[in-house]
Design a protein around this ligand. Structure first.
Ligand code: NAP
Length: 282
């Protein structure tokens, strides 16, 4: 299906033609980029995301270390580890795989990571710089979505982009990046009245709601470009997104599949950020 926006294929292309040569150059200069992951608890989805990141890092030549912590780990142990990683010159970037167990604060963890090593791009400094339009460590999913649209030569300027979801890691930053590319942007959320009024107007629709098959094809206009950020592992073993793919793909001019759409673009952005930190050090 040529309307399919295959993040998997684009990510592979970027890995092969951009990231691998950049890592080879760094290694030639005596620097091997190193990424560390803090994985807390036994969340199956998190385990699977970390495996995908590990696979990509190994493919591209980034050294990766996974630090595992039990579900009941004390907050102090996490902060001591973060402090150590902040001060370790051999580590270029690190991140905590979210979600974390309820007794840990996502905000406090994010705030304790050195923004120069915050390859997830979620610190206040990096998010602030993203909002100012500076070239910085951008959060991975929004950056991946923009890269995907650029690779597919999707015209963004002048288009009406509708984003459903306003989280700090997806909805708000992706809306900002689309605005910086001169789209007219509408951000919808759980208090939006008559959501369909907005989705029907969208030339580009980004769905980051966190609800399986939330958006049906009836709610979009013919020719819309649909970016499905959601990812859900269903009890029957299937994986689906926030969009009802079968109905939406009949009306969309381009659509991301789940899996194989936004997910691989998020991973490739993480690799790019890690390489960027290593390059910036030179
Ligand atoms: P989140 O923090 O839970 O945010 C969900 C957003 O959806 C909120 O802003 C919420 O509005 C809005 N929402 C909920 N119900 C709604 C409704 N009925 N109508 C309109 N808006 C509604 O989730 P997230 O972190 O942004 O992630 C969203 C999805 O993307 C999840 O499935 C997540 O697993 C997935 N994800 C995928 C990747 C990837 O690489 N593929 C990366 C990150 C996240 P309020 O603000 O009003 O509550």
């Amino acid at each position: 299906m040529d309307k399919l926006l295959s993040g998997k294929a684009i990510a592979h292309n970027i890995l092969e033609h951009d990231l691998i040569p950049r890592v080879e150059k760094l290694i030639g200069q005596g620097i091997t980029p190193k990424l560390v992951v803090l994985l807390i608890g036994n969340d199956t989805a998190s385990e699977s995301y970390v495996r995908q990141k590990e696979k990509a890092a190994l493919e591209v030549g980034i050294e990766i270390e996974i630090l595992r912590f039990s579900e009941n780990v004390e907050e102090g142990e996490i902060f001591r580890t973060i402090e150590k990683l902040n001060g370790d010159d051999s580590v270029h970037g690190f991140f905590v795989q979210f979600p974390v167990p309820r007794h840990l604060s996502r905000e406090k963890i994010t705030a304790s990571i050195d923004p120069q090593k915050d390859v997830d791009g979620l610190s206040a400094q990096n998010l602030g710089e993203l909002f100012q339009g500076k070239s910085t460590l951008q959060c991975c999913t929004p950056k991946g979505i923009l890269t995907l649209l650029e690779h597919e030569s999707v015209e963004i300027a002048g288009k009406h982009a509708v984003v459903i979801g306003r989280s700090n890691n997806v909805g708000k930053p992706v809306a900002t990046l689309l605005l910086q590319k001169n789209a007219t942007v509408t951000v919808c959320h759980s208090h939006t009245n008559n959501l369909e009024k907005y989705t029907q107007q969208a030339d580009i629709l980004v769905v980051a709601v966190g609800k399986p098959e939330f958006l049906h094809g009836d709610s979009i206009k013919e020719g819309c470009i649909v970016i499905d950020v959601g990812i859900h592992h269903l009890k029957n073993g299937k994986i689906c997104g926030d969009v009802h793919f079968e109905s939406a793909s009949k009306k969309a001019s381009k659509i991301t599949p789940v899996p194989g759409g936004v997910g691989p673009m998020t991973v490739v952005s993480l690799m790019e950020n890690t390489i960027q930190v290593a390059e910036n050090r030179i």
